[in-house]
Design a binder for this molecule. Structure first.
Ligand SMILES: NC(=O)c1ccc[n+]([C@@H]2O[C@H](COP(=O)([O-])OP(=O)(O)OC[C@H]3O[C@@H](n4cnc5c(N)ncnc54)[C@H](OP(=O)(O)O)[C@@H]3O)[C@@H](O)[C@H]2O)c1
Length: 273
């Protein structure tokens, strides 16, 4: 009994209002589900209505305290972001947790990387994330306090930390930008009682990475390149989100949390061995 109380004091997110972009699939779905099942009132949003509706229905079947709500949005345009904000504020007056998870990638070899793959990736991963956060700030700050800071979690990537090749040039640069924006906003928003942190995941199974880890054989191959010997699992994401969003995480801001099984500290062979 006593132990459960300790857990609640550290990771409690009950009755918090949360918005998760790209919450219908992959990492966003994992985050939406853990927040909802832990008692938050969660809104998920992305472009494809059928997918977010299905995810909301699936999670709602597990009987969370608050039913998951959903609405469509396209965060890669200013118009789409304004629509998202209008939709959100027609339902809620304040926002405790914003998870900027929506993202796209593009891979092509050096020498063949298309010019338009910069615009597409940067518009959503960087401009969209920043502008959405900026537009929602009045609602994020409205209930933020010393005891209960509001939280912003940006989904970065190990690709934004380590100079890994593999072809996603604009994606890696966009995620490095996400990490830098995270630190800049953390600095500026601390005085408004808002923490801003980023998760920097390594490989997790999702629509985006299906091509690389979508079968047992492929997953095994990728796992060999991870120091901890496996790809990421949903509970790696879930624990980090509860940690950063609960009372126990209220003193952490500006962190880029590596969720990559050690990839970011794998520097290759030792030099003096
Ligand atoms: N999986 C990994 O290994 C990994 C590793 C590091 C970082 N990440 C990051 O994790 C985040 C989630 O990716 P994921 O791996 O879970 O892949 P995913 O399943 O493809 O998720 C991407 C999400 O972004 C949404 N989205 C795409 N374009 C959008 C737009 N214009 N407006 C609004 N939403 C949009 C998608 O929904 P719609 O198509 O319905 O719009 C989808 O739900 C991304 O930021 C990604 O960069 C993933």
């Amino acid at each position: 009994m006593q132990d459960l109380k300790i857990f609640k004091n550290l990771f409690d997110v009950e009755d918090k209002v949360a918005l998760v972009t790209g919450g219908g699939t992959g990492i966003g779905k994992i985050i939406s589900e853990v927040l909802a099942l832990a008692g938050s009132k969660v809104y998920i949003t992305s472009r494809k209505l059928d997918i977010i509706k299905k995810t909301a229905e699936e999670i709602n079947l597990k009987k969370p305290k608050h039913q998951i709500n959903f609405f469509c949005s396209d965060i890669s345009s200013e118009e789409g972001i304004n629509k998202l904000v209008d939709n959100f504020i027609s339902n809620e007056k304040s926002l405790n947790i914003l998870v900027n998870n929506s993202g796209v990638s593009w891979g092509a070899p050096l020498g063949k990387f298309p010019y338009h793959a910069w615009d597409r990736v940067m518009k959503l991963n960087v401009a969209g994330l920043f502008h959405l956060t900026q537009c929602l700030l009045p609602y994020i700050s409205s209930k933020a306090s010393l005891e209960n800071p509001s939280r912003i979690i940006n989904i970065g990537s190990v690709m934004g930390t380590a100079p890994l090749g593999d072809g996603p040039y604009s994606y890696s640069a966009s995620k490095a930008a996400v990490h830098q924006i995270t630190k800049i906003l953390a600095k500026e928003l601390a005085q408004k009682m808002i923490t801003v942190n980023a998760l920097a995941p390594g490989p997790f199974l999702s629509k985006m990475t299906e091509f690389a880890v979508g079968t047992e054989e492929k997953e095994k191959k990728i796992a060999q390149n991870v120091p901890m010997g496996r790809i990421g699992k949903p509970n790696d994401i879930q624990s980090s989100v509860l940690y950063l969003c609960g009372p126990g995480g209220s003193y952490i801001t500006g962190a880029i949390l590596p969720l990559d099984g050690g990839i970011h500290i794998a520097t290759g062979p030792e030099i003096f061995e």
